[in-house]
Unconditional design. Sequence first.
Lengths: 643, 257
Amino acid sequence: MVTVADTPLDGRCPDGNIASRWDQRKRDLKLVAPNNKRKYTVIVVGTGLAGGSAAASLAELGYNVLSFCIQDSPRRAHSIAAQGGINAAKNYQNDGDSVWRLFYDTVKGGEWRARESNVYRLATLSTSIIDQCVAQGVPFAREYGGTLTNRSFGGAQVSRTFYCGGQTGQQLLLGAYQAMMRQVSGGGIKLFTRREMLDLVVVDGIARGIVTRDLVTGKYETFVSDAVVLCTGGYGNAYYLSTMAKTCNVTAAWRCHKRGAYFANPCFTQIHPTCIPVSGDHQSKLTLMSESLRNDGRVWVPKTKGDTRSPDQIPEDERDYYLERRYPSYGNLAPRDVSSRAAKERCDAGFGVGPSGMSVYLDFSKAIKEDGESVIREKYGNLFHMYERITDENPYKVPMRIYPAVHYTMGGLWVDYNLQSNLPGLYVLGEANFSDHGANRLGASALMQGLADGYFVIPYTVGDHIATRKVKPISADRPEFHEALEAAKSRTAAILNVKGTHSTEHFHRALGKIMWDHVGMARNEKGLLHAIEQIKTLREQFWHDVKVIGSGETLNQNLEHAGRVADFLEFAELLARDALYRDESCGGHFREEHQTEEGECERNDADFSYVSAWEYQGIGTESILHKEPLTFVDAPFGVRSYK
Amino acid sequence: MNHVASKNLNLTLKIWRQAGPKQPGGLKTYQVRGISTDMSFLEMLDVLNEQLIASGEEPVAFDHDCREGICGTCGVVINGQAHGPDSGTTTCQLHMRRFHDGDTIVIEPWLAKAFPIVRDLIVDRSAFDRIIQAGGFVSVNTGNAPEANTTLVPHHVQQDAMNAAACIGCGACVASCKNASAMLFVSAKVSHLASLPQGQAERSKRVLNMVATMDAEHFGNCTNTGECEAACPAKIKLSNIAQLNREYMKAALLSKE
């Protein structure tokens, strides 16, 4: 039985006309005077698109910013790997786009499980992001006349995606990184690299600092601030295999959760349809092939089960272009959740291709024939090259083989309209929060959200916290800092003291298998209950049997990994419980009990149109569920059809 | 063209082990067996590390993150070549099908005075951040930007800028250079921003400050050997160095800043 809190959670959105809500909020937010800003310190954890843009923008305003990243340089955060593009409602193509349409597509794409006010603000800010990035020197693709160009992405019938070849995330991140480094040089940002946040310090109910471990020296440190801005990304590595970077983890968010921050909608995970299939047991991570490829690539499987002919020997009329067949109006650009499930359905039914039968073709032969190889090479050259390096197959000659993989997590720490968690002074940005994508994120919207949050939302809202609450200077000698520091130290010591027989990698892979098998693309009650028990058992085994070599006083990557896996083993249970409680299918959360005859999601708006925000009660004790009701006025509930 | 069936390799690895920046280091020999040719180079090192943990030895520390060739975190010298034998390829994207059964593979960290060793195969590349900090940006505060299509950028100019901006900051150019020069890295950022209209206001100041910082960080001088271009996984062209030299000359002679 889940305990549900009596009082509904309030997202604190402004009222009135949706188009003017953000303006209204900006009018209501209190300001900190320019000469006072330098008296305040803001901690920003993470240097991806959200963290990098937030740190730079806050320092430009005059705040003292302390910026932390786990990598050796802020330029390496995993936003860098985003390939395809960033959406913006510029309507440069004159094809009917508008702020409202981007808003509507995003709400619909997220299957009516995101907050309307937030999504509308995101769509509004999208155009300023492009202006800002161009001004920084981000080399977006251009037409011959010199204007910006666009491509199409899944879930939209307009071309609104701006891109830099197949390296859009890299170029946007370098723009934010360069803006950050400019502030480092001016003294506005103090940069701490190779630091891992291990705890949040809460004083008198307000987030006032963090505990970190220096990954080179093993030294623990505490930092005091007037606000903490968490930009630590998603939790996809709970599945072990994902397209996320190896260091992506849930630790910072999870430790905040354990200090009282609610975790919202953890079961909303995105499984991306176009990834390079698993090649063997040694596989350490999966590689995405950008959704933009579906602009020109056609997805198909043979019409005959177990057809082992090479793809070029299978005639046109013996191929099943199943996305075009099932979703004629969107075709190969059907959204990610829909396309992933369609691929799984074909493979499970025995039509899959490749050595394991667990992949489908993504075929460029038509586009190469029509547009020429050079055009395709200019658009996707680096992706084709990467595919060939990994698979040893030339996609200009034979179709790519792809299969879905964990890619993004829509869930995250709960935040209100100001991006502040229920813990005052703790702000959560980008993928680490839950706010804008509902149950499924559309392609090219993650970069948009990260930068909207960092460049254009947090600079306004953080000042309101400081001005309204009149936060007072405090010292790191307070007992709360000592307690958090000792807690972080003792957790690391406990891991080193287990001295068991199995490596961290062993436990991480075992967790990944449980998650993929039972909490993956299709979920059901029996499987979820089974997964919860298996996760608990695995967690106990971990604390009795993990083997970590070396000490905590030096650089020890194995120890770092073990700490993250320990947190995943706690978090994964919450993810599975959220999936169990949400007894409906929507977006990335597909419950087999709730599907139409054609295998599409059967949503239940009457009972589940809310955000599930979980309050931590201790390991082994069930969390309390806080519900934030969602209402849809400007994008009323509809059937999410792409047919 | 079609994928060749995978095989298993038995290999001898000679890996640089060094407990810390001040400690002595040396090559240590390990054997790994049954390495699938479908594995990436880093997955092969994962196998070795699992083997070391099982036997109670500390695993080999190496930097890596995205494992898809874009973050620039990974990078080791493999049999004398930065990022190994494949051109335009990071260490994480190198696959074991490039090796043969029975091979001996020597694995060392980037070796350069400006990149001190942290542990085993990990080096400190923060000098690169300090070079960017010296001027590798456009000074535009958030909120100041004009409408994006106000300034037209011809297609070929954007492409030149993009090709230079593609640098992943891994440091292979430095590691492969006999002088440990960072000219390819610096030239990529200078060329990227010099080629775009947005980069014009600070064009002179940028190149002067970045080059001064590069020198202060103890990178060596460029003697146009071209090893950097051959080792670069992002295929940054040597012609960027020519542009850097032109930019520097022009700024040094004509700049009033």
